[in-house]
Design a protein around this ligand. Structure first.
Ligand code: ADP
Length: 586
């Protein structure tokens, strides 16, 4: 057995001899007695061999003064054979006394077990505790010693010390392992951080790429759709009209694909923002029905809708996104139905406080979806049957976007369908009830009336560098009776504005020399301090939300994304002409 290193500290040589003889293994009557106690305390040894092993051998060192003891303790530690136990005399003239010595030893080696040996009660236990602190490392023994008690204490205390050492080294090992794991974890965290940064960079690059692509595609699409629109308003034979209509529809479906991809990546990048504005559910559904009527009429499908009477007339939510989901469901229903009907339904599911949970359902009597495909149909790029793609087209993104949008609005999507029978696609969404405000209602009615009465002979300046788009916009505006001037750069727009009197400017964003932002900022600078305000509407192929914000920041009054929809253009012009700018230059 190791670790039975003992130090005796006493200025009296005879004490050393006494203790050493007691602790040495000469078998005496007292030893037998001790063995008996040991057996009782720690369990009896089962065989002779083990008995022999249990015989304790102490390695005993001697010190005669406190200072010497302190030095020996640190030396023993340095040589890797520390003292488990020290027998310490209290009075050791002329040097340090025992208590001071213990204090010094414990400063560096707090685990050392110590037996204080004293002949006098010169130090009370309380005094010792107040000097050394409350400790379990200290035993008090009066001289002359009782041999059995001494042997027993030596054995107990060295064993205790040994166990403590084992516990310490076990703890150290654990700490080492924990440190190792922690550094492994830290490394992983670092790696994840790097990966996240890389992913974020890649995602940012993707967004820029998409924005650019979207811009590049939208510009010519504006020409394609706008021109076919204009073409359709000319004198055409029936065959030519059919061809032009098909060209227009192809353009529109290409645009839908681009919009889908853009929307999808916007949601993925967390850039899609949900609005909370008042709207009417009936108007929303009617708009969607109107939008799909053209294609449902072609197929001879009937369209119907019903709205739960308990749903409040006006609600707070995001009508644009709700319309998008409904339109997606609705177009799919028409696309995958050859006969029968498509129906829209809005039901009140739950009402608490002002919250109303509404379920919108779009049902059809179409081809249905096989059960095994139903669970994945809302995932991106998923289509029930690849042959339908060939037949009907589509990207498989529509329903994924519906799900994302519904979830962004704190709702959820779902479907019930039977192959060959039809499908019910639904989504729930929490909306807020708003008290009908008569004033705003009548306000908007007034506004609508005013809009109808707008002056049709407005003089409009169009700043646009693309020749095709110049033509599209000019024709659209001229058809409405507006007078149109064209310039190609922002600088020219400012020049022209100084020379002529315009009612409104339609400003492209990307133009050579001076872009639309700069030009508008310049216009606002010129107007500063005056009571003039030139209405400016941005006309841009950049369709991201941030572009819209940038336009408004630059001082533009509204924003239209290309390809320009004629109705949208006229509506926006009317709205901007109705705005009150009286405070804008202050
Ligand atoms: P896609 O652009 O391909 O239409 P969606 O995500 O809108 O993409 O739809 C995914 C697939 O779900 C479709 O390709 C079709 O297989 C199936 N699907 C969607 N709506 C219906 C429906 N009303 N009836 C039958 N199948 C449908």
């Amino acid at each position: 057995m190791g670790y039975n290193h003992i130090l005796l500290v006493d200025d009296n040589e005879s004490i050393h001899e006494d203790i050493e003889s007691i602790l040495s293994n000469s078998v005496s009557k007292e030893d037998e007695e001790l063995k008996g106690i040991e057996d009782e305390l720690f369990g009896s040894s089962p065989n002779e061999q083990e008995k022999a092993a249990n015989l304790v051998n102490y390695e005993i060192d001697h010190a005669y003064q406190g200072k010497e003891a302190v030095e020996m303790v640190s030396k023993a530690h340095e040589t890797g054979n520390p003292y488990a136990l020290i027998f310490m005399d209290v009075r050791m003239p002329p040097g340090m006394d025992g208590i001071e010595t213990i204090k010094q030893i414990w400063e560096d080696y707090p685990y050392t077990e110590i037996v204080i040996c004293t002949a006098y009660s010169d130090y009370s236990w309380d005094k010792i505790v107040s000097n050394l602190g409350n400790t379990d490392k200290l035993l008090f023994m009066k001289k002359p010693f009782d041999a059995t008690a001494l042997k027993q204490s030596a054995l107990t205390l060295t064993t205790k010390w040994k166990l403590q050492q084992e516990a310490i080294s076990y703890t150290e090992k654990l700490e080492e392992e924990v440190d190792e794991r922690t550094s492994e974890l830290n490394k992983l965290v670092e790696e994840h951080k790097e990966m996240k940064e890389k992913a974020e960079k890649a995602s940012a690059a993707k967004s820029v790429f998409l924005a650019n692509m979207s811009h590049e595609i939208r510009t010519p699409m504006n020409g394609v759709i706008g021109m076919t629109d204009l073409l359709l308003e000319t004198d055409l034979s029936e065959e030519q009209k059919d061809l032009a209509r098909m060209a227009k529809r192809s353009g529109e479906s290409l645009l839908r694909v681009i919009n889908d991809i853009l929307d999808f990546s916007k949601v993925e990048a967390g850039k899609m923002e949900i609005e909370y504005i008042p709207f009417k559910i009936q108007e929303l559904i009617e708009e969607v029905v109107e939008m799909i009527t053209f294609s449902s009429d072609e197929k001879g499908l009937s369209i119907k809708y019903s709205i739960d009477d308990d749903i409040p007339n006006r609600l707070l939510g995001d009508p644009t996104r709700l319309r998008q989901v409904l339109l997606n469901y609705g177009s799919n229903a028409v696309k995958f139905t050859d006969e029968g009907y498509v129906s829209f339904e809005a039901d009140l599911i739950e009402a608490s406080g002002k919250e109303r949970i509404i379920r919108f359902t779009v049902s059809d009597t179409g081809i249905g979806i096989p059960e095994e495909k139903q669970s994945e149909i809302f995932s991106s790029f998923s289509q029930a049957d690849s042959s339908t793609t060939r037949k009907f087209g589509g990207t498989g993104l529509g329903l994924a976007i519906c799900r994302q949008l519904a979830e962004l609005m704190d709702g959820e999507v779902g479907l019930e369908s039977e192959e060959g029978e039809g499908s019910n696609f639904y989504f729930t969404v929490p909306l807020k009830k708003i008290e009908t405000d008569k004033k705003t209602d009548s306000d908007s009615q007034n506004k609508e009336k005013k809009l109808e009465a707008i002056d049709k002979s407005l003089r409009i300046l169009v700043a646009e560098d693309n020749k095709v788009n110049q033509m599209v916009t000019t024709k659209m505006l001229e058809k409405e009776g507006f007078v149109v001037d064209i310039v190609e750069t922002g600088a020219e727009a400012i020049e022209s504005m100084k020379k002529n009197k315009y009612d409104l400017i339609l400003m492209d964003i990307q133009m050579p020399e001076m872009d639309g932002y700069e030009a508008t900022e310049e216009i606002r600078k010129i107007e500063k301090g005056t009571d003039k305000h030139m209405p400016v509407i941005a006309l841009t192929a950049s369709a991201m939300e941030k572009d819209r914000k940038l336009c408004l920041q630059a001082g533009m009054d509204d924003y239209i994304a290309k390809p320009v929809d004629k109705q949208d253009l006229i509506k926006t012009i009317k709205e901007v002409m109705e705005m009150d700018f009286s405070l804008s230059n202050k």
